[in-house]
Ligand binder design. Structure first.
Ligand SMILES: Cc1cc2nc3c(=O)[nH]c(=O)nc-3n(C[C@H](O)[C@H](O)[C@H](O)COP(=O)(O)OP(=O)(O)OC[C@H]3O[C@@H](n4cnc5c(N)ncnc54)[C@H](O)[C@@H]3O)c2cc1C
Length: 372
């Protein structure tokens, strides 16, 4: 039977970052993923500079072989309403393709990879776990995304009672004819909030790839809303008329919208498995990377004792960084708030300083350095 210091279930940004950090601390690490990489993941593929810094990503080297679209402006507004353009003097974010970034991070992590291997069973034997009857480890890290099987084992009610964000999206490479007729500027992604302010649609060009999607609380007429959004983009000549129409759907939890207990004896959850995405923007890669680094630091300090009490500092770190996880979905915007929200979203000052700088770019929140 194979043995390791830590088994990570899921090789997305959370799993690969935790593996990378633990390997550099001297742990033996196995990453198991049901997919064979490179694999795609539904995502707009927007990362903030904090992610680049925490991952110590060499942007020049990365951009030589992968899509890395600098972003220096945004066009924002309400669906069906006016638009505001906000420009920055520097690069404030990047566009990546998940099929590329996730594979890059996983390969560089230095972990032993078990790809195409789903987590199927777990059994307690003394102070150790035996997973799939084949891997023995004192510690399992759940990084399997929203439907993480480790989270399920720890008691999360996946799907059933959790108020998740539902999203539909498409990403495709444009043909030369489509590219010639596309008026989207890669440096300026477009974001449009739903009328009820419970989500937003986006259109995002990354080199020759186009990414279009809509994510919102509840799945209220999601397909209709995204079809209408695409029709508007086509009518304004921003995107080609003949885009593919096979949109795919996925769900995930925003921090504070559900309660997942992130630790148990010998087990710990990171990234979407712990439900950590930022509530205002839905950005989940940064919390995935940061929770992975906080988990690694906690495990280093645990010196091989992975009892619940020893893992508590991880919960404290999450709370200090993202706030307490309380269920806060009750508040529904009433029509007055929607009207005010609609007005504010076309106000240039509010758009720059609140929507973009505070909600989407988290200016003022310091970067979490890789603790290695
Ligand atoms: C439509 C959409 C757009 C988004 N856009 C953005 C964006 O632009 N920027 C941003 O920051 N965030 C975005 N997010 C959120 C972001 O995609 C997630 O927060 C992020 O992927 C979380 O990373 P993770 O490593 O926790 O999980 P994941 O990336 O979901 O990785 C989980 C891994 O676990 C594996 N796995 C699952 N089950 C098992 C099993 N049983 N056994 C073994 N392996 C398993 C999966 O194959 C997968 O590789 C978006 C989400 C959606 C749905």
């Amino acid at each position: 039977m194979e043995s390791c210091d830590a088994l990570i279930v899921g090789g997305g940004p959370a799993g690969s970052t935790c593996a990378w950090a633990l390997r550099r601390m001297g742990f033996t690490v196995v990453v198991m993923d049901k997919a064979v990489f490179p694999r795609d993941k539904l995502c707009a593929g927007w990362i903030t500079p904090a992610v680049v810094q925490s991952l110590q990503l060499d942007t020049e080297a990365y951009a030589r072989e992968h899509v890395l679209q600098p972003i220096c402006a945004f066009r924002t507004g309400m669906l069906g309403g006016g638009e505001v353009e906000t420009r920055y003097a520097e690069t404030v974010s990047y566009g990546i393709r998940r099929i590329e970034l996730d594979n890059y991070l996983l390969q560089r992590s230095g972990a032993s990879l078990r790809l195409g291997a789903a987590f199927k069973s777990v059994e307690r034997q003394g102070d150790h776990w035996v997973v799939n009857g084949a891997i023995r480890t004192p510690l399992i890290i759940g990084a399997g995304g929203h439907f993480c099987p480790v989270a399920r084992h720890m008691g999360a009610q996946l799907g059933a009672s959790e108020p998740a964000i539902t999203a539909q999206e498409i990403e495709f490479e444009m043909t030369p004819a489509q590219s010639a007729s596309c008026r989207m500027d890669g440096k300026t992604p477009e974001l449009y909030f739903c009328q009820d302010l419970k989500g937003y649609a986006w259109c995002f060009r990354k080199n020759n790839y186009l990414n279009i999607g809509l994510g919102r609380e509840g799945n209220h007429r999601l397909s209709d809303q995204i079809r209408h959004f695409c029709d508007t983009l086509k009518a304004s000549g921003k995107i080609p008329q003949d885009i593919p129409n096979h949109f795919h759907g996925h769900a995930y939890l925003l921090h504070g919208h559900g309660v997942r207990v992130p630790i148990a004896d010998g087990m710990l959850l990171i990234g979407d498995a712990a439900g950590l995405a930022y509530p205002q923007s839905g950005e989940g890669i940064r919390p995935a990377v940061e929770s992975a680094l906080m988990a690694a630091e906690t495990l280093r300090e645990a010196h091989g004792n992975y009892r619940l009490a020893t893992l508590q500092p991880y919960v404290a770190r999450l709370q200090a960084r993202f706030g307490e996880s309380r269920r806060t979905t009750g508040a529904r915007p009433n029509s007055l708030r929607q009207t005010i929200g609609g007005l504010l979203l076309t106000n240039r000052w509010f758009t720059r300083h609140v929507v973009l700088d505070r909600w989407f770019l988290h200016h003022g929140q310091e970067t979490l350095p890789a603790v290695l």
